[in-house]
Design a protein around this ligand. Structure first.
Ligand SMILES: NC(=O)C1=CN([C@@H]2O[C@H](COP(=O)(O)OP(=O)(O)OC[C@H]3O[C@@H](n4cnc5c(N)ncnc54)[C@H](O)[C@@H]3O)[C@@H](O)[C@H]2O)C=CC1
Ligand SMILES: O=C(O)C(=O)COP(=O)(O)O
Length: 588
């Protein structure tokens, strides 16, 4: 039987003393913080508890601390009737069902930066190892062979590195590659700040299509999200140089593993350095295992965060937070902590919801769906959040500020933006190069119907004058429902809920019918529809303006609430329909 250091619950000194289960290897520095706070820690030999063992015991624990190996499923959380916190001693929370935890009121925390240096350095290690055949040289020499002729490598200096995902790890890799190794670095991250990228020696490009044919090495540093799963498949590997090598110290699945195997087998690319797999450890004979054992691949068993220093950092980071949470406090890196404290809930909650929806609508409509993804639509931008009417007299707007940051990053970050809370919103905004000014305006009008005493305007302004001009979204609250009343120059009135298609078009007879037919062909139901025409100011500008009065006045937005799967194909078809200027899909 596998060894287990877990004592029966009844033998604890006091049955009210919180118990913490740590089924994976965690540095003792953090564990000693827990024990000196008086908690009981059960830290059996790593791997000795099966998923069933953990589920059978979890009911007696107030906290669970994991790394990437324990799958914290909805069923496990449901069995954890006393659980107050699940702590991830690392960055990625893709092994935790955060939604289920939130529904059960369990706080999930992580260590957002404790291991990022380790992950970046491991990426550089794999870069050099793949370029210079280090593992094969070592392996063959240990077998008594001297194979210099077979192991000629390539230099990285002067070569081009592509970095997909310019967050904390990606930027560190980029800095080392450009500053230390003398590489030319191209970056792709639709949400990155152009200034931050430039300071790291990175030139931003607009798409994978533009990036892939240029790179000698490619590295990915995005979280694993629905939008990054299989980001690179056969089509993408086919666009790369035959001499290119790819690296993955992010998550298995960002590269489609079957496609990567094929690209290596058929010589579309020259090699790979892989730390992470869709199945860990990979089962013998599976695709991830064939990849790990492939002669052109340098593979490591998810070692990105495995340094003494990183493990100390993440252990201390999360154990401190567990102590705070079990003591009734608010953690610093909660993946799903509340944006709003109970005493402010009644008054601010609808506005928190409105501002978060406005932020999310902004990112999806202007950044994610934009044809030109060179960045600059979020990071590196100045946002002005204007509180109108009664709301202007609220002095503690921290929850609204945090709601905007959360809304802006929700569709692009690891935990769907749930890691933003009132404690860390300012830091996260700064990290992403987002500047937010708040203004309180008592008298000035907004586009909200005059019966509503409070409204919010978000204005997004380019700081370099180059990217994207200015955007405006305005909304108001009625009862507990939130409404968008203005989208740029269009006067709207719709609830930002569910899946919405926003079509910018010339408002002419037949347009609605055409769109309805396309949606019908794709099996999409329309739940509501609204045509948002130019607001008064924009009408006046067209009438007084020099050009094209007729077409200018016909400009409108068609906003459709839809049910069903909105595919890329559908969007393309809608985009090509006559009179449609552009289309975007947002999930709110
Ligand atoms: N192998 C290992 O041991 C480790 C792996 N990791 C992995 O690395 C990932 C990245 O970590 P951080 O840099 O700390 O996260 P981060 O959140 O700071 O950065 C992620 C970046 O990806 C960008 N992004 C999101 N979707 C994108 C898309 N479709 N295309 C291009 N860019 C996109 C975001 O804008 C953001 O800038 C983590 O989510 C984790 O899964 C992290 C630490 C250790
Ligand atoms: O922090 C992360 O996202 C990691 O991938 C590190 O995983 P680990 O804690 O080493 O199992």
């Amino acid at each position: 039987m596998a060894p287990s250091a877990i004592e029966p619950v009844s033998s604890s000194p006091n049955n009210n003393t919180p118990r913490i289960l740590v089924p994976e290897k965690l540095s003792p520095e953090g564990l000693s913080l827990l024990s000196s706070s008086g908690f009981i820690i059960d830290n059996p030999a790593p791997g000795s508890l099966s998923a069933e063992d953990i589920a059978a015991r979890i009911g007696s624990y107030q906290a669970l601390i994991v790394r990437s190996e324990t799958k914290v499923t909805a069923a496990l959380l449901a069995a954890g009737s006393k659980l107050k916190v699940v702590a991830r001693a690392g960055v990625g929370v893709d092994n935790i069902d955060v939604k289920a935890a939130t529904e059960q009121g369990i706080i999930v925390v992580n260590s957002p930066s404790g291991n990022i240096l380790a992950a970046a350095e491991h990426t550089i290690a794999l870069l050099m190892a793949t370029a210079r055949n280090v593992p094969r040289g070592d392996g063959t020499l240990k077998q008594g062979k001297w194979e210099r002729g077979k192991l000629v490598g390539v230099e990285v200096g002067g070569k081009t590195l592509g970095v997909v995902g310019l967050g904390k790890v990606g930027l560190k890799v980029a800095r080392v590659a450009s500053g230390g190794l003398g590489m030319k670095v191209l970056g792709l991250d639709p949400y990155a700040s152009a200034d931050v990228a430039k300071a790291a020696g990175v030139t931003l490009v607009g798409s994978l299509e533009e990036l892939l044919p240029q790179v000698d090495f490619l590295t990915v540093h995005t979280p694993l999200l629905a939008s990054t799963l299989n980001l690179l498949g056969e089509e993408q590997f086919g666009k790369m140089k035959k001499t290119a090598r790819v690296l993955n110290v992010a998550r298995g699945g960002v590269y489609n593993e079957e496609a990567l195997l094929k690209a290596l087998d058929e010589g579309w690319i020259a090699g790979a350095g892989i730390d992470v797999f869709t199945q860990e450890p990979p089962k013998e004979g599976s695709v991830p295992s064939r990849l790990a054992q492939h002669p052109k691949v340098v593979s490591t068993p998810h070692l990105g965060a495995s340094t003494v220093e990183a493990q100390e950092n993440v252990s201390i980071d999360v154990c401190k937070q567990v102590v705070v949470i079990l003591g009734g406090g608010l953690p610093t890196a909660a993946v799903n902590a509340p944006l709003i404290l109970p005493e402010e809930y009644r008054r601010l909650q609808p506005f928190v919801k409105l501002v978060e929806k406005i932020g999310s609508l902004y990112t999806q409509h202007y950044a994610t769906n934009a044809g030109d993804k060179k960045g600059g639509m979020i990071g590196g931008r100045r946002f002005e959040l204007v509180y109108h009417g009664d709301l202007a007299s609220v002095s503690n707007t921290r929850p609204l500020f945090a709601a905007l940051v959360k809304g802006l990053v929700s569709s692009i970050s690891d935990a769907g933006g749930r890691d933003v809370n009132i404690v860390n919103a300012t830091i996260i905004a700064k990290e992403r190069g987002i500047a937010i000014d708040e203004r309180h305006v008592r008298d000035e009008g907004s586009s909200a119907p005059s019966t509503y005493a409070s409204a919010v305007t978000l204005r997004s302004i380019s700081t370099d004058g180059a990217s994207g001009g200015e955007q405006i979204i305005e909304g108001y609250v009625s009862g507990n429902a939130v409404f968008i009343s203005k989208l740029d120059k269009f006067a709207a009135n719709f609830q930002p809920e569910g899946t919405l298609l926003i079509l910018h078009n010339y408002d002419e007879p037949g347009k609605i019918g055409n769109v309805g037919m396309v949606l019908g062909r794709h099996g999409i139901n329309i739940t509501f529809m609204q045509v948002a025409g130019l607001n008064q100011e924009a009408r006046r500008a067209v009438v007084d303006g020099p050009v094209d009065t007729e077409n200018g006045l016909k400009e409108a937005l068609m906003i459709l609430g839809v049910g069903g799967d909105v595919t890329g194909e559908l969007l393309e078809e809608l985009g090509k329909a006559e009179g449609i200027l552009d289309v975007s899909v947002v999930q709110l």
